[in-house]
Design a protein around this ligand. Structure first.
Ligand code: FAD
Length: 146
């Protein structure tokens, strides 16, 4: 819930380039996978977020950087000029070097792709109730007590 009001700095213009309009909030992802929260309860609407913060939004994929002219090259829009650039395009775990990973693993990042694959898997399981499935989870353990 966006309660507080934005406080724009005069002369500063924000532009957000993202390739998805609705991004799941990662911390709520386990709850969504467990069926506790619907997708509608877990995603962030980028259009609404940009409107609220008075930012220009481009729903597009950044494909290159022109560092001579300070521009982000996009797949569809014309290049976007910047004075300062923050790149937060997430990580995509490498699977090619792990035997069997590309065949069996569903990687969590990017989350939007994970959800597409996960929802497809759920449909397959529901449509084949006679079939037995085993799902393993590989996760990094973090000591949250320290
Ligand atoms: C289940 C789970 C729980 C987590 N819990 C926590 C937590 O409690 N606390 C914490 O600090 N962190 C947590 N994290 C980690 C946190 O989600 C990440 O550290 C954070 O999301 C990284 O932000 P990011 O913007 O770099 O990447 P992402 O959140 O992955 O966002 C990248 C975005 O960039 C877009 N994108 C990618 N490529 C392009 C392109 N070429 N052009 C345009 N857009 C592009 C993607 O569509 C995506 O929307 C959790 C992660 C998961 C999976």
């Amino acid at each position: 819930m966006m309660q507080s009001k934005p406080n724009p700095i005069p002369g500063v213009r924000f532009t957000l380039i993202t390739d998805i309009s609705h991004t799941p909030y990662s911390k709520m992802l386990p709850g969504h996978v467990a069926g506790v929260y619907s997708f509608n309860e877990t995603y962030i609407d980028m259009r609404r977020l940009a409107r609220f913060f008075q930012a220009q939004l481009y729903l597009d994929r950044a494909i290159n950087l022109d560092l001579i002219n300070n521009k982000v090259i996009c797949a569809n829009h014309s290049p976007v000029y910047f004075n300062y650039l923050s790149i937060d395009i997430g990580s995509t775990p490498e699977t090619v070097n792990i035997s069997g990973a590309s065949q069996y693993a569903i990687i969590v990042k990017p989350i939007s792709r994970f959800l597409t694959v996960w929802n497809t898997l759920i449909k397959i399981v529901i449509n084949e109730p006679q079939q037995q499935y085993s799902i393993g989870i590989v996760a990094e353990a973090q000591d949250e007590l320290n």
